[in-house]
Design a binder for this molecule. Sequence first.
Ligand SMILES: [Zn+2]
Length: 319
Amino acid sequence: MNTLAVDFGGRRIKLGLVADGVVIAEAVIAAQADQHLRTQLGRVADALKQLCQQQGIGFGACAGVAFAYPSIIDVPRARILDHFDKFGDAASLDLRAWAQEQLGLSLAIDNDARMALVGEWRHGAGAGCQNLVMVTLGTGLGVSAIIEGRLLRGVHGQAGILGGHLTANYDGHACVCGNIGCAEAEASTWALARLAHEEREFMGSALSQEPTLDFAALFRLASQGDGCSIALRNHCLRIWSALAVSLIHAYDPEMLILGGGVMGSANTILPSVRGHVERYAHTPWGKVRVTASTLGDRAALLGCEWLLREQSAKEVKGE
Ligand SMILES: [Zn+2]
């Protein structure tokens, strides 16, 4: 049976047709996160229909639709609990009713970082491991944990996924979550422009000439010797490394997976985080493996298939 999977990012929405751990077909549409989610759902429905038509598959041959969404989610009720300045009407929408009316399908939804970890756990870097944490380095810092083979969700749906909002600087800047100095506010794509302007040498730097101030530009210019870029890159590496140690101390994983678009610079990031973890994480039982995602942006789509199966199994049991 096929699953329709939708991964809502800050800048783009990724759609996939998934069957038995394989993404058969995929498509991407722009996110338009400053607009209402209800408007975007119409575009999502159209794109899903097109995806299925291209494969000669009707919605009747799909088990349902599953969303990976960047927020705190009430998974049993399939409701989005917080909008984090994206898709402002998200918390008001009855997504199950939408899926039934527009697609004739059942719907499941969970946090996007959680679904990326599940994808890696079932089919990628985390296969065979039952204690793992993943950090997705991107627009924000997505975090999720699996402990003793169980996906950590918590009574209010927020366990594990607020790892990017652990305080890294008690004197730091305001974060989208309401806290100050979160790891995400200190080293993520959305914080990068502000962090760059705070660097003393920024105005005369090569970084200030970049049309798009992102991590690809930052790592490229740092490797070319731009002083401002080197200082900012090293700051971000230290924040991510300190966060890795905090997450290891919190969740007792055997493996830490790093994913997300920023891992295009894995050659610099992995050795740096590994070295810091080996030196500073308190793990007398042995070493935590620090590794890169192997599924890239397909991880959350594959996690969605698992989510829909989990929900179907609960419905059969009457939970
Ligand atoms: Zn925060």
